[in-house]
Design a protein around this ligand. Structure first.
Ligand code: RTP
Ligand code: MG
Length: 154
C-alpha cells in the first residue's frame, strides 16, 4: 500500500420494500450510476422474519425492532453491491439521514428525501462501516463477493 490516494471499497445497498413497491428502483439506480458507483451484483429477495431479524440483529433490543422486521418482510427488497472509491461513506451520504422527514428538509437531494416517508419507511439501506459492509455483502451474496474488502484489509 505505497500510494493510497483513494481506497476502492464495496458497500451493501438495499432498496427496501417501499422503494420497490413505489417503483423507485430505476430512479435510485440512476442516482447510483450518476454518482459514480459500479453495481457489481444485484438480487431481488423476499426476506422472511428470521432473515430480516438476522440482518438487523444489532437492533434486536430496540423498541422499533418488531415493526422494522414487519416492514422489511412486507415485500421483496433489492440488494446491491456498490463499488467506488470511499463507497461506504459516499453511499451513506447519498441516501441521507435515517428519518426521511428530516431528509426532506436538511438533505433535499438525498435518496431518502426523494422516496422515503418517515423514520422507519426510508426506502434504502447502506452499510455503516467496513465491518458491516463485509457482513452484509456475505449475507446476500456469499463470502466470495467480499473479496475486495478482504484485499483492502491485507
Ligand atoms: P439502515 O441500517 O437501514 O441503513 O438505516 P440507518 O443506519 O440510517 O438507521 P438504523 O439506526 O441502523 O436503523 C435501521 C432501520 O430501522 C428503522 N428505524 N425505525 N421507528 C424508529 O424510530 C426507527 N428507527 C430506525 C429504519 O428503517 C432504519 O433505517
Ligand atoms: Mg443502520
Amino acid at each position: 500500500r505505497s500510494c493510497e490516494a483513494v481506497e476502492i471499497e464495496r458497500t451493501l445497498a438495499m432498496i427496501k420494500p417501499d422503494g420497490l413497491s413505489g417503483n423507485y428502483t430505476e430512479k435510485i439506480k440512476e442516482a447510483i450510476l450518476e454518482s459514480g458507483f459500479d453495481i457489481i451484483e444485484e438480487a431481488v429477495v423476499q426476506l422472511d422474519v428470521e432473515r430480516a431479524s438476522l440482518f438487523y440483529a444489532e437492533h434486536a433490543d430496540k423498541s422499533f425492532f418488531n415493526s422494522l422486521v414487519k416492514y422489511m418482510t412486507s415485500g421483496p427488497v433489492c440488494a446491491m453491491i456498490l463499488e467506488s472509491p470511499d463507497a461506504i461513506s459516499r453511499w451513506r451520504n447519498l441516501i441521507g439521514p435515517t428519518d426521511a422527514r428530516k431528509a426532506k428538509t436538511s438533505h433535499p437531494d438525498s435518496i431518502r428525501a426523494m422516496c422515503g416517508l418517515d423514520s422507519e419507511k426510508n426506502c434504502v439501506h447502506g452499510s455503516d462501516s467496513p465491518q458491516s459492509a463485509a457482513r452484509e455483502i456475505s449475507f446476500f451474496f456469499g463470502d466470495d463477493k467480499s473479496e475486495a474488502l478482504e484485499h483492502d484489509e491485507l
